[in-house]
Each structure stands twice: as structure tokens, then as C-alpha cells.
Design a protein around this ligand. Structure first.
Ligand code: NAD
Ligand code: MG
Length: 335
């Protein structure tokens, strides 16, 4: 059997490789805000670099940070942390970072896309590493403030200093991730599993499974409200059980009828044809054709994505859902 992945905890990481270093965080969105505030609260020297004086600028100021332009933030920084959207990182790197970069400054990422698909070719003498939190930015901040942390993956792409992993773990500690646990991976594994996971399950598979189940019930003449509760809203309770207790734990919380029907029918639904399509999606991620398709779509102004989101907004399940979700939330105890 393979050796279990090494999990780094609080005691395995030390902030000292980052003490006195100027950390330039580019972007102040979901992850940017969380990282900037957590690293600052951890006693590190943080500068936020932004493209223009817009709402992110005002927000950073209101949070007690002093934002600078991207060029200014990069100039004497020891580490550049890319927390702008993946599709704009290449342009910002070429136009603003590269011309102003201090020799040997670290290049830090929260997702491997730009390095793995070679959209950014980092300088040969920079350490290049990644800390990828396994949760959204606001949660990274919220857990940290309450003494916890969101788990993360770390990876090293280029280790010029010989201590790139130590620096990655230090940064993971600074944002609170070692309070939960940090697993070492590679840029390739992080990027590919992230994309395959969001396509086949988290964003793609689940959304279309729920929609198909809802429409199946409605087409059979059941009330849309009842269908919505059954096919979509109840999913949260099942996912919470899986999150806390695993698949067996979830099974032990449902009736024997649900167990038997669920297992036998589930295996007929997710059959060889579905597994084959999952494998095809994974292959397109692994051979780079998905990345090329997405970059092209992005550069054309995202026509396919925009149209699909518009259709989703107008769908029956979303119309029915907006009023029903209020009912479900009303019954939820205040914690
Ligand atoms: P985001 O969409 O929240 O945007 C970040 C910030 O970038 C914006 O607030 C703004 O300051 C700036 N920005 C937006 N559009 C811009 C443009 N066109 N030009 C210049 N600046 C622009 O980004 P995010 O979701 O925090 O993602 C940042 C990085 O973190 C990405 O590499 C992403 O893959 C990674 N990541 C995100 C999450 C997540 O849950 N959001 C989780 C793990 C890793
Ligand atoms: Mg993802």
C-alpha cells in the first residue's frame, strides 16, 4: 500500500523565513482580502497591490491596509502573491510584475493553472510555490479570526533558495491553514484534480444531476415546490452528513428503504457510460485541451458562459427555488 500523504500541522511550520520580508498581495477579492488580513495579523509585512482605485482599493483602506498600485507593490517586494483571477494573471505578470520584479523575488500562487499550463514562465532564479486553500476566501478569514483555519495544499515548482517548501509552509501557517492541516502536492496534481473535480462533481456534475432530478419530477406532474424540496433543497442535509460522518455515516442516518433504493438505483444511474464521460473530461484537462478552450472562450468575452448562466437564471428550478429557500432558511435554528 502507498504511504499516506504527509500532513503538516502547526508544529511543522515556522513563520521565520517570512519575517521582515515584504509580501505583495495582488488582488483584494475572495482570497486576497483573507490572505492580506490573516498574514498581517500573523505579524508579517503585507502590501496590497491593485490595478486601479476602485471598490477593492476602498475596501483595503477601510480594513486598515495601505493599498498601492501593482507596480509600486511589486517593486521592492520579496514575494509576489498572485490573488487576481486566474485568467488575468498572465497579463498582469507580463505588463506589471516582470518589468518591476526584484531579482530573485518569490512567485506565489493559490492555484496552479498559470504555471501548469505555462501561461506564466517565471524567472529562473525565483522560488515558485503554491498554497491552495481548500475553501473560499471569506471562510479562510472567518475561521482564522475564530482561532481555526481552512486546510490547504502546498507545492513547490521551483526551489532556488533550497527553502521554498519552508516558505510555503510559513505562508500556510500565516493564513491559518496549519491549524487544520496542510498536504504537500504538485502544481500538476493540484491543477488537474481541481479542474476535474469541479467539472465532474462540485460545480458541473451536481448542478446537472439536481436539475435533471427536479425536471424529471415536474414532468411527471408533481408540484414544482415539492419537487424542489426533494430534488434540490434536501441535498444540503445529505452533504452535511457526508461532510461530518462520511458516506457510511450518511447511510446510517437514512431509512433502510432509502439505503436499499438509493444504492441499487444509484449504481444503475452512474453506470459505465457516465464513468467513461468522466474519464473523457479528465483527459481533456490532462492534455490541456480544456485549458485552451477556456482561454479562448475568456478572450472572446465568455459568450457561452454568459448565455448558460442567463438560461440557468430563468430556469423553472431557480424561479421556484428563490421563494422556497426562504422557507427552509426560516426553519434553521439560529446558532
Ligand atoms: P476574485 O475573483 O475574488 O478576484 C480577485 C481580485 O482581483 C478582485 O477583487 C480585484 O481586486 C482583482 N481583479 C478582478 N478582475 C480583475 C481584472 N480584470 N484585472 C485586474 N484585477 C482584477 O479572485 P479569487 O477567487 O480570490 O481568486 C484568486 C486566486 O485564488 C485564483 O488563483 C484562484 O484560483 C485561487 N483560489 C480561489 C479560491 C476561491 O474560493 N475563490 C479557492 C482557492 C484558490
Ligand atoms: Mg476549483
Amino acid at each position: 500500500m502507498r504511504k499516506l500523504a504527509k500532513i503538516y500541522a502547526e508544529k511543522d511550520a515556522d513563520l521565520s523565513p517570512l519575517f521582515g520580508k515584504k509580501l505583495a498581495i495582488l488582488g483584494y477579492g475572495s482570497q486576497g482580502r483573507a490572505w492580506a488580513l490573516n498574514l498581517k495579523d500573523s505579524g508579517l509585512n503585507v502590501t496590497v497591490g491593485l490595478e486601479r482605485k476602485g471598490s477593492s482599493w476602498e475596501k483595503a483602506k477601510a480594513d486598515g491596509l495601505s493599498p498601492a498600485t501593482t507596480e509600486e507593490a511589486v517593486k521592492d517586494a520579496d514575494a509576489i502573491i498572485f490573488l487576481v483571477p486566474d485568467m488575468v494573471q498572465r497579463t498582469i505578470y507580463l505588463e506589471k510584475v516582470k518589468p518591476n520584479l526584484k531579482n530573485g523575488a518569490d512567485m506565489v500562487f493559490a492555484h496552479g493553472f498559470n504555471i501548469h499550463y505555462r501561461l506564466i514562465e517565471p524567472p529562473k532564479n525565483s522560488d515558485v510555490y503554491m498554497i491552495a486553500p481548500k475553501g473560499p476566501g471569506p471562510t479562510v478569514r472567518d475561521y482564522f479570526v475564530h482561532g481555526g483555519g481552512v486546510p490547504a495544499l502546498v507545492a513547490v515548482h521551483q526551489d532556488v533558495s533550497g527553502i521554498a517548501l519552508k516558505k510555503a509552509l510559513a505562508m500556510a501557517k500565516g493564513i491559518g491553514a496549519t491549524r487544520a492541516g496542510v498536504i504537500e502536492t504538485t502544481f500538476k496534481e493540484e491543477t488537474e484534480t481541481d479542474l476535474i473535480g469541479e467539472q465532474t462533481v462540485l460545480v458541473g456534475g451536481i448542478t446537472e444531476l439536481l436539475r435533471a432530478a427536479f425536471n424529471n419530477l415536474v414532468d411527471l406532474g408533481y408540484q414544482p415546490e415539492v419537487s424542489y424540496f426533494e430534488a434540490i433543497n434536501e441535498m444540503k442535509m445529505i452533504v452535511d452528513l457526508i461532510y461530518e460522518k462520511g458516506l457510511n455515516g450518511m447511510m446510517s442516518a437514512v431509512s433502510d428503504t432509502a439505503k436499499y433504493g438509493g444504492i441499487t438505483v444509484g449504481r444503475k444511474l452512474i453506470d459505465e457510460t457516465v464513468r467513461k464521460k468522466m474519464r473523457e473530461a479528465a483527459e481533456r484537462v490532462r492534455n490541456g485541451s480544456f485549458a485552451n478552450e477556456w482561454i479562448e472562450e475568456y478572450n472572446r468575452g465568455m459568450p457561452t458562459l454568459r448565455k448558460a448562466l442567463e438560461e440557468l437564471k430563468k430556469s423553472k428550478e431557480e424561479q421556484v427555488g428563490s421563494s422556497l429557500r426562504e422557507l427552509a432558511l426560516r426553519g434553521k435554528p439560529k446558532s
